[in-house]
Ligand binder design. Sequence first.
Ligand code: 57R
Ligand code: CO
Length: 437
Amino acid sequence: MAPTTVASLTGNGISETSPHVAKPLNGSAKVDQVEDDGEGEDDDEAADGVVTGGSAKKKKKKKKPKKRKAEQSNPPRIGLSKLFPSGIYPEGELQHYKDDNSYRITSEEARYLEKQAMEDPETTYNDIRRAAEVHRQARQAARKYIKPGMAMTDIANYIEDSTRALVEENGLESGVGFPTGLSLNHCAAHYTPNAGDTRILQQGDVLKVDIGVHVNGRICDSAFTLNFEPTYDKLIEAVKAATDTGVREAGIDVRLGELAGYIQETMESYEVEVDGKILPVKPIDNLSGHSINKYQIHGGKSVMLVKNKDQTKMEEGDYFAIETFGSTGRGRIVESGECSHYARKVDAPNVPLRLTSAKSLLKSINKNFGTLPFCRRYLDRAGESKYLLALNNLVAQGIVQDYPPLCDQLGSMTAQFEHTILLRPTVKEVVSRGDDY
Ligand code: 57R
Ligand code: CO
């Protein structure tokens, strides 16, 4: 794992001691230490049956209330504002910028800029960190819960019910960031069950779990791959390493085409042995990571997985999803199968809709999702029914984008890992890093 040091960002109010600085990432879900009113003490004292009579008893020294860590429930249902009464959420993993950008750590000007750059950065950072802590706690439970033999629909509902409870879902202020991706085997992205999907997770499946959480439109987008037998362990190891290379090499002024080259190099340095045959691990050359904007999952900058001539630079303040996909197949996806994923276009054309059902469906989409991605199950949940004609009409009018499942060739296996990173002026923060990946 990349070296991580929490540089003492003194001078801009973010000093070691300030609550902003994350404690080393420990296993258990991080929470604020909560005062223990000590009441319990007495009770259990009583509990151990020692009955003490009359006030004569020597004045017992009031024991200092012991700090007790409020734990997340299982399944996770405790809103994080209860576990972080300070309202301050932990910083992610900090990685220093490479040599030519190291001046940034010190220069007063950089920190001044940080202050000016965005509407109060601390608010934005804190929203991102709250979404990231929800992500860590929801996935921690999901990784324990998901077992072969389960229906994909139940797995989706388990994850989304956790996310909605932990983020304390509240309309467009906080909630699920996009449909829970549960793409299987040769399918790499954009599959989630629709109503009526009876698919069951199999022992030999390779499952990509892509979870999105947002707070005030700040989306934490992070994904991991699960397998339940060792055949494709090497494929998964390759993709985890390729994503960590992308995260480590990302930085201010880094060119997207070059970053893709570093990712490709790591990915292609692995091979997988399947039934005695050695298969190279290929980066999927028509999938990518992406910049993220407020309420917009794809912010327009794509980090491809194969070296290319894209001279576009990463910039100070950029917020990126670094995700890589590896395959034992062609290393190229095509759209295939029934569509579940949709999103209203940010710059949707304002065309008159003749279909009244399309008009009311668009109203519901604007009210419930705005430009955040959604899936058919979320329309069902919002009380919409018999909406397919209207939905396809909105797609045909170019108001809503459809995102069909993206799959390599049948028989191949694909894996994915993804982290969200924040290019702060002074340091790079891997907001979604956890002790799991
Ligand atoms: O991150 C409708 C969603 N995204 C959910 C996530 O890469 C996304 O196609 C979009 O729900 C919509 C890709 N890149 C080309 C632009 C080269 C895919 C794969 C990764 C994923 C899921 C993604 C992609 N495109 N947008 C974010
Ligand atoms: Co993504």
